[in-house]
Design a binder for this molecule. Structure first.
Ligand code: PLP
Ligand code: COI
Length: 363
């Protein structure tokens, strides 16, 4: 299997006009405004990865027996391309996404993709769709690499063929409300992941099973769901699409450990590193939902925030469950949250020193 297969570049014959593009990216929100192109690479057992192409974004034609449609053998990633202060384009820690993609592939018994192909595919797509960066605060191009089991076969076994793709979308803020802090709903009835399950993999199935709880949260006027551990329904794990952090009155910060049931977020790991660099006391330890409530009420906890590629760093204002609600700190963005967010965003935008070499320039 060669990692250095060439990309055929076939520019779209019908790109969206400059005027239409400007209209679409003026207020892009998240996940709705797609660029002109996509990447596809195929894998066949015995032949390896081949047929890498950058071409016009187009619908897929799939045999109705395609394995992913039946047994959900699918994984994805999410990472952003940024414009740096000096105008250059860059990716943030794409090798970390490539490695997590392959960890997900192993868990889902799928073919691994050489890291150079993962990063190369992201690079190619950003380069050809470079006119799609939105000129809004926090604007970026959100890349969605993903892979499906593409063999047409109804037997239950790992597919012998895979289709890897990357699509891109102009992105602003993740939360529609634009509120300074988000409101969470603690899921009592549904677990996201269990020991031995797929919680640490970024597979579509995890999200499918979380949607009923997310729908419940939204119906009740909240933004996101907090999932607790499946065994005791007590230990805080993560949100439907973000990791969680707690800030204590002594200035220390804590986040749930990578127990195998939560996604090892790249934003989470970056913030842990930044916090340690800044001399904060950092703990990766489990934390119970009843303790969070007690600590928020007593003032021992002064801030909490969610973090992820799409959400960046988002303060948590209020937490609700069937037994009641509590407010965290003053219910809005706290100082430590703001400081960590500013540091992360400054590194991502090339406005602060990058001691860990996280920023990969594309031009
Ligand atoms: N947890 C879940 C379930 C997610 O979907 C995400 C988003 O990717 C995260 C955490 C945060 O991960 P990252 O910081 O790598 O985007
Ligand atoms: C991300 O932050 O990249 C995510 O995947 C979260 C969500 C959009 C699924």
């Amino acid at each position: 299997m060669s990692a250095n297969i060439p990309f055929a570049i076939i520019p779209s014959a019908n790109p969206i006009s400059a005027q239409e593009r400007a209209d679409r990216i003026a207020a892009p929100g998240f996940g709705k405004v797609f660029t002109d192109h996509m990447v596809t690479i195929r894998y066949v057992e015995g032949q390896g990865w081949h047929d890498a192409k950058v071409h016009a974004r187009q619908p897929l034609v799939l045999d109705p027996a395609t394995a992913v449609l039946h047994y959900a053998q699918e994984i994805f990633e999410g990472l952003k391309a940024y414009r740096l202060e000096d105008g250059a384009m860059a990716l943030f820690r794409p090798e970390a996404n490539a490695q997590r993609f392959n960890a997900s592939a192993r868990r889902m018994a799928m073919a691994e993709l050489p890291e150079e192909l993962f990063i190369g595919s992201c690079r190619q797509l950003v380069q050809i769709d470079r006119d799609w960066f939105p000129d809004v605060e926090g604007g970026s191009i959100y890349l969605r690499p993903f892979m499906i089991a593409s063999e047409a076969f109804l037997g239950v076994k790992p597919s012998s063929e895979y289709l890897y793709m990357v699509i891109a979308s102009a992105a602003g803020g993740y939360f529609k409300s634009g509120a300074p802090a988000v409101s969470l709903w603690v899921s009592q009835d549904y677990s996201r992941a269990a020991p031995g399950g797929t919680g640490a993999a970024k597979c579509g199935g995890n999200y499918a099973s979380s949607l009923i709880a997310q729908a419940e949260a939204m119906k009740l006027g909240h933004d996101q769901v907090v999932f607790l551990d499946a065994a005791e329904n007590r230990w805080i794990e993560e949100l439907g699409g973000m990791n969680l952090f707690f800030v204590f009155e002594d200035g220390s910060i804590q986040t749930p450990p990578l127990s195998g049931t939560i996604l090892p977020g790249i934003t989470r790991e970056s913030l842990l590193t930044i916090a340690r660099d800044e001399g904060l006391t950092v703990r990766e330890e489990r934390y119970a939902i009843d303790q969070w409530e007690a600590d928020a009420k007593s003032g021992r906890i002064v801030e909490s925030f969610a973090c992820g590629t799409a959400a960046v760093v988002t303060p948590i204002g209020k937490v609700s469950s069937p037994s009641g609600s509590f407010t965290v700190g003053a219910g809005g963005p706290g100082q430590v949250t703001q400081r960590l967010k500013e540091k992360l965003v400054s590194i991502q935008r090339g406005a602060a020193a990058d001691p860990h070499n996280w920023v990969m320039r594309l031009d």
